[in-house]
Design a protein around this ligand. Structure first.
Ligand code: FAD
Length: 441
């Protein structure tokens, strides 16, 4: 917002008071996208709190594991050699392409650079309070309309606490930081090493080892490929209905899910067993919002965050939104649609249904998901339904949907990942039209 220089302090003060203050927790991709669209709305100003000293969230690779200099858990789950599993041509925010280049699958440092230049381009830095950790969030219930939010924050450098009141709040704290561990009978008996993919950094410590990689989602498959040239043997343990249909390194064997441990190894679901040195849990992450006071009425049950209308807006307190809850998605574009839709509801440009109607919608959506034979823990898993979801948010926001080429290329890459896991990242793509792309390498 440009403020005329000759404006008196009191007029400035009154304009500032009339502005809607929109809080944002976190300056990762979701928080940056939130700040960028808040700033695009006249009459709104963002206040972003970021516990670290940089933008980019999980894309800030560090060799460190455990806790940081302030005693906070290390947030990033990046590993040294990680390349994206989506091509840059679909990964980008709709209004900010990645720089042109030959490669489609980028090293994590390139994604960090991209997010830094996004923050620079939209002039977001003045609105971010770095080294500020959000400690407690409470609703301030009003007689009419949605609540305001009281946000208590600790300045990690000075140790001082302060409280800010915001008209609306976007929670963008990331969902790939707090490891999830499965229950394994007798796990305390296992004498080998146990490590979660959150703390995995590079393959050399696994040289000559026999490793169980537990889980065959994105991280499990990627880390298995990294370890293969180093490890003696890898058992890729999973409960997928069929084996991974791709050629795998010769020292990788697919086995069923782990059910129990012994001193020297593991027993699998089909009763077979193996001796191993290390188990590497690629078993995903927990949703956590440790700063939400109980009055916020947010529950997490079996991996479902409740009560969220459209996986996004708190149905009882619609001035509170959670960006990026869905998984198996193309994250940056989905964040963009979620943020824009939420802000339309804050300005009143889109009128949300009543709380009762939203609750009913959430309940029916959830029941529909379960009746379809899906486990409740996969309620936020989107896969192919992310495209109609994005389109619906775009339509309700009155903004352009993604061009069809994005879902087309995303699907093509998903197929090539399945059948050519070991080599799909060597391909390179170029978008040639709203509905077309070509493979250039
Ligand atoms: P984050 O990036 O986690 O950012 C959250 C921010 O909130 C952090 O900066 C954190 O410090 C801050 N924060 C948290 N709590 C507080 C608090 N209490 N107070 C203040 N600040 C706080 N996506 C892709 O599109 N392509 C890929 O190839 C891809 N690969 C991935 C590989 C790995 C190993 C992981 C973990 C994720 C990958 N992703 C990928 C998904 C990635 O998480 C998203 O793309 C996206 O970066 C998530 O952004 P976010 O803002 O939601 O969360």
């Amino acid at each position: 917002m440009a403020i005329p220089l000759d404006m008196t302090q009191s007029r400035l003060g009154s304009i500032f008071r009339r502005m809607k203050h929109i809080g944002v927790i976190g300056a990762g991709a979701a928080g940056l996208c939130s700040a960028r669209h808040i700033l695009a709305n006249q009459g709104m100003v963002p206040i972003v709190w970021e516990q670290s000293e940089k933008v980019g969230g999980t894309w800030n690779y560090t060799l460190q594991t455990g806790t940081d200099k302030h005693g906070l858990q290390i947030h990033s789950s990046m590993y040294q050699n990680l390349k994206t599993n989506l091509p840059k041509e679909v990964m980008a925010f709709p209004d900010f392409p990645f720089p042109e280049g030959d490669e489609s699958f980028l090293h994590h440092s390139e994604v960090l650079k991209y997010l830094e230049s996004y923050a620079q381009h939209y002039d977001l830095y003045p609105y971010i309070k770095f080294n500020h950790h959000v400690e407690e969030v409470k609703p301030i219930i009003k007689d009419h309309g949605p609540p305001s939010w009281s946000i208590k924050v600790k300045d990690l450098n000075s140790g001082e606490f302060s409280t800010t009141v915001c008209d609306a709040l976007l929670v963008c704290n990331g969902h790939y930081s707090v490891p999830r561990f499965p229950v394994i009978k007798d796990i305390e008996k296992f004498k080998g090493r146990q490590i979660h993919s959150h703390n995995y950094r590079e393959p050399s410590p696994y040289a000559g080892s026999r490793v169980v990689v537990l889980g065959a989602s994105a991280s499990g498959l990627d880390i298995m490929l990294e370890l293969a040239p180093y490890a003696k043997e890898i058992l890729l343990s999973h409960n997928l209905p069929v084996p991974i249909p791709s050629k795998l390194p010769s020292n990788v064997r697919q086995v069923c899910g782990v059910v129990a441990a012994s001193e020297n190894g593991f027993i699998f679901r089909d009763g077979t067993s193996a001796e191993v040195d290390i188990i590497l849990y690629c078993t995903g992450y927990e949703y956590t919002f440790p700063f939400l006071n109980k009055d916020c009425n947010v529950m997490i049950e079996d991996n479902v965050v409740k009560p969220l209308y459209k996986h996004l807006i708190h149905s009882m307190f619609p001035s509170l939104a959670f960006i990026g809850i869905p998984f198996q998605i193309c994250p940056f574009p989905l964040f963009d649609f979620q943020v824009q839709f939420f802000l339309k509801t804050v300005t009143g440009a889109y009128a949300l249904p009543s709380k009762e109607e939203m609750n009913e919608f959430v309940q029916k959506d959830f029941e529909g998901h379960c009746n379809f034979g899906q486990p409740s823990k996969h309620f936020h898993k989107m896969g192919s339904i992310q495209w109609p979801y994005n389109d619906q948010l775009a339509q309700m926001s009155g903004i352009a949907p993604l061009p069809p080429v994005v879902s087309k290329l995303y699907k093509a890459v998903s197929h090539s990942r399945q059948s050519m896991l070991m080599s799909y990242k060597t391909a390179s793509y170029r978008i040639t039209g709203l509905t077309s792309f070509e493979r250039v390498k």
